[in-house]
Design a protein around this ligand. Structure first.
Ligand code: ARG
Length: 459
């Protein structure tokens, strides 16, 4: 008879090529801790409802701990013939406990077991990511504090647009990572619904108590429909989407800092410890960490694609295709966690080159839009004010000068009677000081938001 857990109906051995083709132990061994915790809760419940004697559940739980310690110590011998981590652990249990071990899988299928383990794993992963994201936010908030009064050119289309305070700039990323944290917290709600007890696809005729397992494993609720559970990978795709959004935020930031660290921009002093050199060009200091962060985002998005394509067109309920979800899941998590771990110190140790930024801050008409708003505030219709400032900018470009260099009289045509008051919005410092609206780069607004973030993150 076959050695498989499903050996009863089979006569010969499985072809070795099939074992190599169908195994998942190479990837799912990292679920071992969660598999053990879930099995212990399951065994305790079986004892509560009389399907195991209390001492049998005790022995199973204790032996599972021993098996866990052995795996931890690298002593488990993995064999592709045993397919996956779930079978390895159950086999190890049976090897020690005989018939008692053979009772553990009562009212359970690997279908609900796998999803339970994965959900427990994703729940931990979400909690880890939340901490990593908070660390990155702390770094950005630290930079906002350090560079608070510094003014930067703000860009649209990568063309100079309007001035912003550096603190406003850094806090923009804090907002993005906050949304990432909220998305993960929301995803966690759907992760934290217990699958175990739905068995293969239809539930069980045995008197199991799913509520008890839910409480033991800290799930918020029990999944309602066994057919749904057996096929459901929504939570996992959602999680990898959330990882993709984090990767996209990191990638955009990395691209920006790659540009900002060029000789052409020269806005940043990147820490040596987070850069690499060239084997041939002695002067090079390359932003490889940022480039790899940008590049690795492609892997994460690729994982999301793979998962979406994997589940499309699968009929109810479990299909073996679903085993293919783990490579993408783990790779996406590892990649994003790795990126976040280097982003936090890199941000903390990067400084703005204030003199370089200040030296070129008056280039690019960063004050033009505030000038237009001055005209509007003095009764000029918006479209007329826009045209008038456009003409003034054209004049400056022809004369290679700045708006602030024009004589006061030059503004009189567009805004009669403005006189010297026009000076209050010309030049970048004045333009920044003129902002007022909620959420703008107005110094008082930025200061308030910085204070709020500090107490929120540290408090
Ligand atoms: N190794 C499989 C996986 O990870 C276990 C599930 C097997 N279920 C089944 N009905 N063959 O998905």
């Amino acid at each position: 008879m076959s050695q498989k857990t499903w050996g009863g109906r089979f006569s010969g051995d499985t072809d070795a090529r099939v074992e190599a083709f169908t195994e998942s132990i190479s990837i799912d061994k990292r679920l071992y801790r969660h598999d053990i915790i879930a099995s212990q809760a399951h065994a305790r419940m079986l004892a509560e409802v009389g399907l195991l004697a209390p001492e049998e559940a005790d022995r199973i739980a204790a032996t599972l701990d021993e098996i866990g310690a052995e795996i931890e110590a690298g002593k488990m011998e993995y064999r592709i013939a045993l397919e996956d981590i779930h079978t390895h652990i159950e086999r190890a249990l049976i090897a020690r406990l005989g018939d008692v071990g053979r009772k553990l899988h009562t009212a359970r299928s690997r279908n609900d077991q796998v999803i339970t383990d994965v959900k427990l794993w994703v729940r931990d992963a979400i909690d880890d990511l939340d901490g990593l994201l908070a660390d990155v936010q702390k770094s950005f908030i630290g930079s906002a504090e350090r560079e608070e009064g510094v003014m930067l050119p703000g860009y649209t289309h990568l063309q100079r647009a309007q001035p912003v305070l550096a603190a406003h700039y850094f806090l923009a990323y804090v907002e993005k990572f906050q949304r990432d944290r909220e998305r993960l917290a929301d995803c966690r709600k759907r992760v934290n619904v217990l699958p175990l007890g739905t068995a293969a696809l239809a539930g069980s005729s045995l008197p199991i108590d799913r509520e008890s397992v839910r409480a033991k494993l800290g799930f918020d609720s029990v999944a309602r429909n066994s057919l749904d559970v057996s096929s459901d990978r929504d939570f996992l795709i959602e999680f990898v989407f959330d990882l993709s959004m984090i990767a996209i935020h990191l990638s955009g930031w990395a691209e920006e800092w790659v540009i900002w660290s060029t000789t052409e921009f020269n806005f940043l002093e990147l820490p040596d410890a987070f850069c690499t050199g060239s084997s041939i060009m002695p002067h090079k200091k390359n932003p490889d960490v940022l480039e790899l962060t940008r590049g690795k985002a492609g892997r994460v998005i690729g994982s999301l694609q793979q998962l979406l394509i994997l589940v499309k067109g699968l009929p109810l309920a479990y299909n073996r295709d679903l085993q293919e979800d783990k490579w993408s899941l783990f790779d996406a998590f590892d990649t994003v966690a790795g990126c976040l771990s280097v982003a936090a110190p890199l941000v903390a140790q990067t400084k703005l080159r204030r003199e370089v930024i200040a030296g070129r801050l008056e280039d690019g008409f960063l004050d033009a839009t505030t000038l237009m708003e001055f005209f509007i505030a003095h009764g000029v219709p918006m479209r007329s004010a826009h045209e008038a400032v456009g003409r003034l900018v054209k004049k400056c470009e022809e004369g290679r000068t700045r708006l602030a260099d024009l004589p006061t009289a030059a503004f009189e045509e567009a805004c009669p009677g403005s006189g010297d008051r026009i000076r209050s919005v010309l030049g970048v410092a004045n333009a920044v000081a003129a902002f007022k609206s909620y959420g703008s780069t107005a110094p008082s607004e930025v200061e308030r938001q910085l204070r709020e973030w500090k107490s929120r993150i540290e408090g």
